[in-house]
Design a protein around this ligand. Structure first.
Ligand code: BES
Ligand code: ZN
Length: 869
């Protein structure tokens, strides 16, 4: 059953369809945190094309109590269970296998399978957690219809939820009760879910466009339910949007969402019963920031949208992961763009791609969006699968246009409804709908690495001929030394000396249409004839292709373009270019700094510019984005240059910053309106710059003292802590004490402590680890302290003495025994270690080396092996 080869890897090429189908599954749970009994009845049906195969079911660490076949106890010599896999031989024809197993939720710190979080019992099954609950062909192409019966003590577990629609409930006497659920849609085991406990809800009824009455519930532990209203609204918005934009309706009578304080990932799209990390549900203005609200809306939408892209059409195998994740990120991004500012959303996504996905694609853990093999699938929930996967869909959208894209999606959903699909199924639906040959496009899925597009320009003043030579190249990545050219839709525009767009279409060996050239070969040439003067070109507007552009452009031209460009994303992008020139100490650094400062002055004085957009322009490329663009990373020098530039720019802009900060005060007080959020974004950006110039941090102190929303208080506290203001300690203590009972707000101040930009922050991190605040079994707390230290604090993590690396390695070794997925992900902070300058490279290597032989989980071992390969 798609087993690893001798090399320890599962290979895409080895896929074989299941020999046994499971059309129906019935589960009965006797829920108890200490020991839960699971009774399972599976209807089995052999693939008629391959009769006589043994039945093989997954089951990880289960205590098998009973096993019967068609109601008769199965003799011990008829089956074998080795703790991982149950094999039953000699079956023929349709039959029913029933098992009874015992599992132990309270001791489950991995948070996979059935586990306890606070007073709740919950499941997390993707990717391969179901096998920790009971025996099953735990693969996405086996899709039973399900009946689920839950029994538990009524006082401890008054609410009993499972996938699908509620069927019935009854009292069992003896203090226990029972609830039955039915999920009529064929659903793989990774989408199975139950949730039980003292849950309360906010609720809303609506009618779908198809006329179905649906009850939406968002559930949380009693003290938290008041903070679920925003998430409830987000579900409704997502549901309506999928109806409008993709013509997809909801398909059950209830949609339940549950918030859990202990959850490894962000959230999970279980059929009809999404389970969420509480941080992506709970929000009000005094505990959540504006960014939190937007993130909640987008994660709620993401999981809701999986109901079609993932659940109704699921995956044939885990190699197709991006078929649901990349597609659903594309969909949730469109949702957020349609509801809010498209430009701001694009900026957010492009920052993530350039800072993190590009680094992943260039580092030791690089892999194609559809890998050819894996050791541990949970290590493939990466920025490449998600974000690059979504960009590839955006490329397709650009190539075929919105109308053909929608037709292709309709066709994909119609042809594959109720099925387990592949990326080929996706592409063939789009090929049919658009009439395009997508065979070369498919290379995007197979090749790792970010393509580089290098452009050179030549102008002949005598003839007015202008030539652009466009070369593409994808660098080697682990296991892939040579790459083929990709299909890259590259936008371009030429401006003449008066700033008007050159309308003439170029001659080219490539397909060119309305400002877009489709690169398909390693080199293409674009030629314009008889231009009046040398034009100024600009490329890849809107970041239409996820590539690194190499074009040596004059700083004056960049500055000119920044003035000509009306599109906010492109304008932002040009300012980032100028900042990069300045920061990477390129030959024109001084000119770039001046041009950037002038452009920011214009923006800060522009009454028509959206304040949130201006705020984005004040955020310079981050450390990761810069580090990604140099051959060897000198961490301290890079951080220092960035700080210098920020100081210089802040000095240049001080009056304008003060003016905007003051002028936006009233607008910032208008609750959760878009205008108020936008005002707060710019005020907080101004505050951060102004605080650099004032060692007393008076403005930040005043903003903190004024109370206000979490958005305002946390931004002020960040300024106080990060600039080590005199009032920092007292403010931190006040903040900490006023939210001591709230784990999500506690994570916020812990994150601020862990990211203080100073090598000594490492001592604070260590002190917190020795304090009662340290909760190694809670993934949010681990990420807030260790994750943000390693990912967002270059000065402390990359300490020259190697102490940051040793701290991380020691934590990975310990946490690996608690929650392997959380531990393994922390190792990702080492993905670029080959490019770190000495002494860090050597320090990183020895920290990683020290982990060899120390890690028990396949997750961490797989990452460690790849990092050291
Ligand atoms: N299916 C995933 C959740 C998941 C991830 C399960 C990894 C098992 C392993 C879910 O749809 C998802 O993608 N969640 C993201 C958030 C999303 C908005 C990108 C997450 O959990 O980070
Ligand atoms: Zn997802």
């Amino acid at each position: 059953m798609n087993q690893p080869r001798g090399d320890g890897h599962v290979h895409l090429a080895d896929y074989i369809a299941p020999a046994w189908r499971i059309p129906q599954a019935e589960l009965q749970f006797e829920l108890d945190p200490a020991a839960t009994i699971v009774l399972s009845r599976l209807c089995l049906s052999p693939d008629p094309a391959r009769p006589g195969q043994p039945l093989e079911l997954d089951g990880e660490g289960l205590e098998l109590l009973d096993i019967t076949l068609d109601g008769q106890p199965l003799a011990p010599d008829r089956y074998d269970y080795d703790g991982h896999r149950l094999v039953v031989a000699g079956l023929s024809g349709d039959c029913e296998l029933a098992t009874r197993v015992r599992i132990h939720p309270a001791g489950n710190t991995r948070l996979e399978g059935l586990y306890r979080s606070g007073d709740l019992l919950l499941t997390q099954c993707e990717a391969q957690g179901f096998r920790r609950i009971t025996f099953m062909a735990d693969r996405p192409d086996v899709m039973p219809r399900w009946r689920i019966v839950l029994r538990a003590n009524r006082d401890a577990f008054p609410v009993l939820l499972a996938n699908g629609n509620p069927l019935s409930s009854r009292d069992l006497g003896d203090g226990r009760h029972e609830a039955s659920w039915e999920n009529p849609h064929p659903t793989p085991a990774y989408l199975f879910a139950i949730a039980a406990g003292p849950l309360e809800r906010v609720s809303q009824r609506l009618k779908t466009a198809e006329g179905r009455d649906v009850e939406i519930n968002v559930w949380a532990e009693p003290g938290d339910v008041a903070r679920c209203k925003y998430a409830l609204g987000a579900v409704e918005r997502a549901l309506r949007w999928d109806e409008e934009r993709f013509g997809r309706c909801y398909d059950l009578d209830v949609f339940n969402v549950v918030a859990a304080q202990d959850f490894t990932m962000g959230a999970m799209e279980n059929k009809g019963l999404n389970i969420f990390n509480a941080r992506y549900i709970l929000a009000d203005e005094s505990t959540a920031t504006d960014a939190d609200f937007l993130a909640i809306e987008s994660v709620v939408a993401h999981e809701y949208l999986h109901n079609w892209s993932g659940n109704r059409v699921t995956l044939r195998d885990w190699f197709q992961l991006s078929l649901k994740e990349g597609l659903t990120v594309f969909r949730d991004t469109e949702f957020s763009s349609d509801l809010h500012s498209r430009a701001l959303k694009r900026i957010e996504v492009v920052r993530l791609l350039r800072g993190r996905q590009f680094a992943e694609d260039a580092g030791a853990l690089a892999h194609p969006v559809r890998p050819a093999r894996y050791k541990e699938i949970s290590n493939f929930y990466t920025l490449t699968i998600y974000e690059k996967g979504a960009e590839i869909i955006r490329v397709l959208h650009t190539l075929v246009g919105e109308e053909a894209f929608r037709a292709g999606m309709d066709r994909y959903f119609a042809d594959n409804d109720g099925r387990a699909a592949t990326l080929e199924d996706f592409m063939s639906a789009h090929a049919a709908a658009s009439g395009r040959d997508l065979s070369a496009f498919a290379r995007w899925y197979a090749q790792a690495g970010t393509p580089e597009v290098a452009i050179s320009a030549d102008f002949n003043p005598a003839t007015g001929d202008y030539t652009l030579t466009v070369d593409q190249h994808t660098p080697p990545t682990p296991g892939q030394p040579d790459k083929q050219p990709l299909v890259i839709p590259l936008r371009y525009v030429l401006f003449d000396a008066d700033g008007a767009v050159v309308g003439q279409a170029p001659e080219s060996d490539a397909v060119v249409r309305d400002g877009l050239v489709e690169l398909t070969d390693a080199r293409h040439v674009l030629r314009w004839r008889g231009l009046d003067g040398q034009p100024i070109p600009a490329f890849n507007q809107g970041f239409g292709a996820p590539v690194k552009l190499r074009f040596d452009q004059d700083v004056d031209d960049l500055a000119r373009l920044a003035r000509l460009e009306r599109d906010p994303f492109n304008r932002w992008d040009l300012l980032q270019r100028l900042a990069t020139e300045a920061l990477l100490a390129r030959p024109h650094a001084e000119a770039a700094t001046g041009a950037l400062s002038d452009a920011l002055a214009d923006l800060l004085s522009d009454p028509d510019a959206d304040p949130a957009f201006v705020a984005e322009c004040l955020v310079l490329p981050d450390f990761d984005t810069l580090a990604e663009q140099v051959d060897e990373v000198d961490v301290q020098a890079l951080v220092a240059r960035r700080e210098e530039l920020l100081d210089r720019l802040a000095e240049d802009q001080v009056e304008r910053l003060q003016l905007r900060y003051e002028a936006l005060a009233t607008a910032a007080r208008d609750g959760l309106s878009g205008k108020a959020m936008s005002a707060r974004a710019l005020r907080n950006a101004c505050l951060a710059w102004l605080t650099r110039l004032d060692p007393e941090a008076r403005l930040a102190q005043a903003q903190f003292d004024a109370g206000g929303s979490m958005t305002e208080r946390i931004a002020a506290l960040r300024c106080l802590l990060h600039f080590q203001a005199p009032g920092a300690e007292a403010a931190l203590a006040r903040f900490r004490d006023s939210h001591a009972g709230d784990p999500l707000v506690t994570d916020k101040w812990i994150g601020l402590v862990a990211t203080r930009p100073h090598p000594d922050a490492l001592d604070d991190v260590q002190a917190l680890m020795a304090s009662p605040w340290w909760k190694p079994a809670n993934p949010n707390r681990v990420r807030a302290l260790v994750g943000s230290f390693a990912r967002l604090n270059p000065l402390a993590f990359h300490r020259r003495d190697g102490a940051g690396y040793r701290l991380l390695a020691a934590q990975v070794a310990t946490l690996d025994g608690v929650n392997p997925q959380v531990a393994a992900r922390l190792l990702g902070a080492f993905e670029s270690w080959h490019r770190w300058a000495q002494p860090q490279r050597g320090q990183a290597k020895s920290a990683l080396g020290s982990l060899q032989g120390q890690l028990a989980s396949p997750d961490s071992r797989d990452f460690l092996e790849r990092l050291l390969a």
